[in-house]
Each structure stands twice: as structure tokens, then as C-alpha cells.
Design a protein around this ligand. Structure first.
Ligand code: ACO
Length: 428
């Protein structure tokens, strides 16, 4: 690789340093561009801009590869489990048996919420979307856990990280319980992370609840597949919020807010609703035509990705999981799964989708599994938020430990009026 890149315009030429990552395209370092050249770069949506250095997650969008700390996602989904992946993301290496045991114990011991927080839930309208409750309650954690909001103290950062990973299932499950008018179910420390979450969502005081281990494994796999995805919109939101020195609970609440949108985490809810609306395979061509029509805002939800221009590797695992879960639950000929599979087949051989490299993403099949487990569509995005919390936290910790961290402050291409004098109201 050359060491510098040359940029010329008008009568100026600037030599810009090149940076070489361990994987992925080389990077032109433009940090001094404005100071030395008096110009900005224009990149809305950050399609060509690296906003940070990171060693957590790597995606090769053309090949459809995703790795956490170097380990491919399909190996992690098959051989590992969520809390082990959390450890890997947070600390950089797979844990030894003792380290894992210690980490699981620390997470398990933080699963309860401050009892006073139950009043926050009760303040919401009973038909509030669980994501609205999560944004509010996670932000409100800053008001309860003052002993872990000092970001300059590594110990407090560690405690905040464990608290967020541990309490997020309780918050998500209680947001659900509140929205269906059932009493909150407290966490049980003898259960694993996924089983505990299922129990807090589906147990009621009137009867015993046995966690189905197969569903718990499928739940854990969904968490694992959503754990981190490098600098996506919500992670970048967390990093931007954190760059001002905001406390971790406020930053994660910002990430949850961003994740909610249908172009990001909200797509799993939108994808299942779309599959249900299509209803039967014979209506697929009609929806494909709508998606291709430039005058129609409709898009195939769960299709396309900013980075993947090939199959999303998470979608492959999710598709296989959907088959397994429906099979184990004895759900035969599920019409939504049939529509999903045929839609995938038709769309991936249609020139429009092929040319634009639009493939199913992680959200295309996850909704089918969550639906089969008994979750309403409104819970799909909260589950994504729960699982992504470790990614947000890992990226937040990495950013804070970076000595080169600066407040995030993009520039703009101003297109408004230039200087003009104020006109009194009677003269306008
Ligand atoms: N259906 C139909 N056409 C699509 C779709 C789609 N799902 N996605 C992209 N396109 C088309 C666009 O119309 C555009 O066409 P044009 O070049 O003729 O104008 C082209 O493909 C590129 O699309 P952009 O929106 O410019 O691509 P971008 O990288 O900005 O968007 C996004 C990526 C937001 C994911 C987009 O593909 C989309 O809206 N998909 C549906 C929502 C979805 O599934 N989101 C989940 C993403 S994954 C996640 O967050 C976990």
C-alpha cells in the first residue's frame, strides 16, 4: 500500500496519510483536511467514512462474512452461547471455564431492578409500545444507579456494563408484562440467561411454568446473532452520545431509540407484518412489483442492507433455526414461513434485486421464530435491543478507553440564505 494519497483541486495538492486495517479496505486519513486544505468532505449516511478505529467486529459485506474478535458468527451461533459471546465482545478473548463461570455469576447477580423502578413502568399508558417503555426505563437507570455513572472510573464502567446486560431482559420482559396487563415476574438466578427471559415473559402466578430447553436454545441463538454488528446506526448513536461524556444508561437509551426505526431494528416487526399481509404465495408477485415501483414507497422489509451485498450470514442461521423451531413445536406448513421462503426465492432471482444486491437480512426470518415462540410483533424490537446491548456497551467501553476520542461533531454543506438584514414585522 502507498503511504499517502494525493488529493488535488484548483491549484492545491494535499498528501493525506493512508491507514492500513487488519481487514477491510485501506483508509485515507482526512483529519487534517480542513486545517490544511480549507475543505470538508461530503458523505451523508457515512457510506464511505470510518468514524472510529475498532477491534470488536468485522463485516465483509461482499462476501457475506461477519466475525466477532475474529471468530465467524456461524461458529459462534453453533458452538458458543450468548453470555460467552458477551464476554468475547467485552473483553476481547474467549473466556476460560473459570472466567466464564465468574462472568455468568456476576451477570446473574444483577438481574433484579431497583424495586422503586416498578413505578416507572406503571406511569406508562397500558397500551404503550414496549420500545417506548424501554427507552424511558433504561434512561431512568441513570437516576437509580449513581454509583456507576462516572465514566472516568474503570470500575464504575465495568459495573454499569454488567448491570445493563443483566437487567435488560428484566426490563424487556416487564415492558411486555405491563403491556398485556400481567404481573411482573421476578428473575430466577437458577436459570440461564435465555430461560430466565422466557420465564419472565410467559410465566403467570396462577400456574407453574416450565421452560422448554429447545426454545431457550433458539432464544439464546437469536440473542447471539444480534449481539453486535460494528458501526450500525444505533451503535453509532451510542458512540455519538457517549462522545460528549454522557453516562452509559443515557447512551444506551439513545441507542434503543435509534434501533426502534423500521429501517433498522424495527424491520423484524415490519417484516413479519409484511409476510402476513402477503398471506399466500400467489400474492408475492404483486408485492414484488410494488417494491420495484419507484413511485411506491413500499420496500420488501427484511431485505437489503447497507453493508451486506450478499447473503447476511445471520439470515442463513436464522432460516435454519426457523425450520428447527417450527418443527419442534409441531407447527407444520406454517403459511408465513412458506411465504418467506418463496419470497426469498423469487426476489433473489429477480433482476431488480440481483442488480441491487438485495438479499434477506437477519430480520427476515427472526420474526417467524419469535412469533412461533408466542411473542407479539411489538416485542420483536425490544428483544433485538436486549441482545444488542452488549454490542453497544462493548463499543462504548472501547471508545472511552481510546486516548484519541473526540466529541462527535460532523460538519455540513450549508445551502441556506447568506447574510441578510432583519426586517421589522410591519415591513414583511
Ligand atoms: N425493497 C426494495 N428496494 C430496496 C430495498 C428493499 N428492501 N432496499 C433497498 N432497495 C433499493 C432502493 O430503492 C435503492 O434503489 P435505487 O438505487 O434505484 O434508488 C437501492 O436499493 C439502494 O437502497 P438504499 O436505501 O440507498 O440503501 P441503503 O444502504 O441506504 O439502505 C436499508 C439499506 C435501509 C437496510 C434498505 O435496504 C431497506 O430499507 N431495507 C428494508 C428495511 C430493513 O429490512 N431493514 C433492516 C436492516 S438490517 C438491521 O437493521 C438489523
Amino acid at each position: 500500500m502507498t503511504e499517502t494519497a494525493k488529493l488535488s483541486w484548483d491549484d492545491k495538492t494535499l498528501e493525506l496519510p493512508m491507514m492500513s486495517p487488519t481487514a477491510g479496505p485501506d483508509v485515507i486519513d482526512i483529519r487534517k483536511l480542513y486545517a490544511q486544505g480549507d475543505v470538508f468532505t461530503y458523505d451523508p449516511g457515512f457510506t464511505s467514512t470510518a468514524a472510529c478505529e475498532s477491534s470488536i467486529t468485522f463485516i465483509d459485506g461482499d462476501k457475506g462474512e461477519l466475525m466477532h474478535r475474529g471468530y465467524p458468527i456461524d461458529q459462534l451461533a453453533e458452538k458458543s452461547h450468548y453470555l460467552e459471546v458477551c464476554y468475547l465482545l467485552l473483553y476481547g478473548e474467549l473466556p476460560t471455564a473459570t472466567q466464564l463461570e465468574d462472568f455468568e455469576a456476576r451477570v446473574t447477580n444483577h438481574t433484579m431492578l431497583h424495586e422503586q423502578m416498578t413505578w416507572f413502568f406503571r406511569g406508562f399508558r397500558r397500551d404503550a409500545h414496549p420500545m417506548a417503555i424501554m427507552v424511558g426505563v433504561v434512561g431512568a437507570m441513570s437516576a437509580f444507579y449513581h454509583d456507576s455513572t462516572d465514566i472516568s472510573d474503570p470500575w464504575q464502567r465495568e459495573v454499569a456494563s454488567i448491570r445493563l446486560i443483566a437487567k435488560m431482559p428484566t426490563i424487556a420482559a416487564w415492558a411486555y408484562k405491563y403491556s398485556v396487563g400481567q404481573p411482573f415476574v421476578y428473575p430466577r438466578n437458577d436459570l440461564d440467561y435465555a430461560s430466565n427471559f422466557l420465564r419472565m415473559c410467559f410465566a403467570v402466578p396462577a400456574e407453574e411454568y416450565q421452560v422448554n430447553p429447545i426454545l431457550a436454545r433458539a432464544m439464546d441463538r437469536i440473542f447471539t446473532l444480534h449481539a453486535d454488528h460494528e458501526q450500525n446506526a444505533s451503535t453509532s448513536t451510542v458512540r455519538l452520545a457517549s462522545s460528549s461524556g454522557a453516562n452509559p444508561f443515557a447512551c444506551i437509551a439513545a441507542g434503543i431509540a435509534c434501533l426502534w426505526g423500521p429501517a433498522h431494528g424495527g424491520a423484524n416487526q415490519a417484516a413479519l407484518e409484511m409476510l402476513r399481509e402477503i398471506g399466500s404465495p400467489n400474492r408475492i408477485p404483486e408485492f414484488i412489483e410494488k417494491a420495484k415501483d419507484k413511485d411506491d414507497p413500499f420496500r420488501l422489509m427484511g431485505f437489503g442492507h447497507r453493508v451486506y451485498k450478499n447473503f447476511d450470514p445471520r439470515a442463513k442461521v436464522m432460516k435454519q433455526s426457523a425450520d428447527e423451531v417450527l418443527d419442534l413445536l409441531g407447527i407444520e406448513n406454517n403459511p408465513t414461513l412458506q411465504v418467506a421462503k418463496e419470497l426469498e426465492e423469487i426476489a433473489t432471482s429477480d433482476p431488480y434485486f440481483v442488480e441491487k444486491k438485495l438479499y434477506p437480512n437477519v430480520d427476515f426470518y427472526s420474526g417467524i421464530i419469535l412469533d412461533a415462540m408466542g411473542f407479539p410483533t411489538s416485542m420483536f424490537t425490544p428483544i433485538f435491543a436486549l441482545a444488542r446491548t452488549v454490542g453497544w456497551i462493548s463499543q462504548w467501553k472501547e471508545q472511552i478507553s481510546d486516548p484519541g476520542m473526540k466529541i462527535g461533531r460532523p460538519r455540513q454543506l450549508y445551502n441556506g440564505p447568506t447574510l441578510r438584514d432583519y426586517v421589522d414585522v410591519e415591513n414583511r
